[in-house]
Design a protein around this ligand. Structure first.
Ligand code: ZN
Length: 173
């Protein structure tokens, strides 16, 4: 039997219930406008769904053979290498930053890219994908077809990488 994740339940004055996983913990936001039986049903269904996602993530095979990136210098060097090889967009600073709800952000104004601390020590494939994603936002702010075409230049396996990133997000604690 797989280990069960911790579940945190919060009741909200809204119609729908929802849930998400942050660092291996299941957070549920349950409607206050339904009966007790329905609340229990929502909690059970959402917990089952999210627990099975966590189990899937735990079984995900990460390939660390290509090395890992831990410091701002390594991160910045990798970003500049990718940018020079594939894009050549104006790019300033690239640094790890404390951010829990996103993997990366970029500023069109300053041309800086910030990558979540949670990716320190992650497999190179993941950091590569997140860097490519943010670099492409320098040229295309929306997630439209043009954006994904740009991403696929430096990261043809980006669909797999997105899946990998989801699995990674559920694994880290
Ligand atoms: Zn994006």
């Amino acid at each position: 039997m797989a280990e069960k994740a911790k579940v945190v339940v919060e009741y909200k004055d809204k119609r729908n219930s929802s849930g998400r996983v942050i660092d291996g913990v299941i957070y549920l936001s349950i409607s206050n406008q339904i009966s007790l039986a329905e609340k229990e049903e929502h909690i059970r269904k959402l917990t089952d769904k999210l627990q099975s996602k966590i189990n899937w993530a735990k079984n995900y095979n990460f390939n660390n053979s290509k090395g890992i990136v831990k410091t701002n210098e390594e991160l910045s060097r990798l970003a500049q290498t990718i940018n020079t090889a594939y894009y050549n967009y104006p790019l300033n600073m690239v640094e790890f930053h404390k951010q829990n709800s996103t993997w990366g952000t970029c500023s069109l104004k300053t041309k800086n890219i910030y990558i979540s601390n949670r990716l320190k020590g992650a497999s190179l494939d993941l950091v590569w994908y997140v860097l490519v994603h943010e670099i492409c936002h320098l040229a295309e702010p929306s997630h439209n077809q043009r954006f994904w075409d740009l991403v696929s230049k430096a990261c043809p396996t980006y669909k797999e990488c997105r899946k990998m990133l989801k699995a990674y997000g559920m694994q880290i604690k």
